[in-house]
Design a protein around this ligand. Structure first.
Ligand code: KIV
Length: 278
């Protein structure tokens, strides 16, 4: 790993050089710092924040202020990784002016270097306006969680000829509109391969298989911290859930037994001062 800041250009260079791109979600300073030190290329302050950090049922309650708040923390922790702020539900659905304002706030206040939006043909005017405002944009196609109520649940997308063609068309339109990468979520591996081959910009897969130019996972899933539902596409690289539970049980037990804190964790004072305090 080199220490050069990962930028929009790095995304495109990596695609050209056949070098895979790594992306993880992050929502706080200390985790961002750990992931950045480990060498991840990009950190996404995803609206998955709502589900894995704030405990919501879906991503729909997340606000622009929430994203900005967490982007600020992640940006302070990320030195090399490129920070991307997710545009939450309703932040780019009303009109172009509100969209550019919200994207601009994520960059200006959140200190992210790019924003991500869900959707294809129906959001092209918004994508173009954000790009025109000099803000790099990542697209997001396939299972777009903000449309969960339209899809009727979190389901694989693009399995029929018609829907697969629509996703390919949307990917090409987004590229034309100026996005520098596209997240493909929960689409068949062979469809992701076709899209990846058709595009000059990189695809970042989540549940989209090995042919994508990069991969993203929700960090809490990847580290085994989130005890709710685990999607098929998640690989757990650690089981922090067990470590946290065991460490917490030991902490509680040591408090109850008077083992913690011990001499090494306390501060001393001169005995002559103590005598005068009684
Ligand atoms: O919100 C998020 O974390 C995302 C990723 C799953 C791509 O959009």
């Amino acid at each position: 790993m080199n220490n050069k800041k990962f930028t929009v250009n790095s995304f495109l260079e990596n695609k050209k050089n056949n070098e895979k791109i790594s992306m993880l979600t992050a929502y706080d300073y200390s985790t961002a710092k750990l992931l950045d030190n480990a060498g991840v290329d990009s950190l996404l302050v995803g609206d998955s924040l709502g589900m894995v950090v704030l405990g919501y049922e879906d991503t729909l309650e997340v606000t622009v202020d929430d994203i900005i708040h967490h982007c600020k923390a992640v940006s302070r922790g990320a030195k090399r990784a490129m920070v991307i702020g997710d545009m939450p539900f309703l932040s780019y659905h009303i009109n172009v002016e509100e969209t550019v304002r919200n994207a601009g706030r994520i960059i200006q206040e959140g200190r992210a270097q790019a924003v991500k939006l869900e959707g294809g043909k129906e959001i092209l005017d918004k994508v173009k306006a954000i790009v025109k405002a000099q803000i790099p944009v990542i697209g997001h196609l396939g299972l777009t969680p903000q449309s969960v109520n339209v899809f009727g649940g979190f389901k694989v997308q693009g399995k029929t000829l018609e829907s697969a063609k629509r996703i390919i068309e949307d990917a090409l339109l987004l590229q034309e509109a100026g996005v520098f990468a596209i997240v493909l979520e929960c689409v068949p591996e062979k469809l992701a391969k076709i899209i990846t081959e058709k595009l000059d910009i990189p695809t970042i897969g989540i549940g989209a298989g090995k042919y994508c130019d990069g991969q993203v996972l929700v960090t809490q899933d990847m580290l085994g911290m989130f005890t709710g539902f685990t999607p098929k596409f998640v690989k757990k690289y650690a089981n922090l859930n067990k470590h946290i539970e065991n460490a917490t049980k030991e902490y509680i037990s040591e408090i109850k037994k008077g083992v913690f804190p011990s001499d090494e964790h306390v501060f001393s004072i001169d005995e002559s001062i103590i005598e005068k305090l009684y």
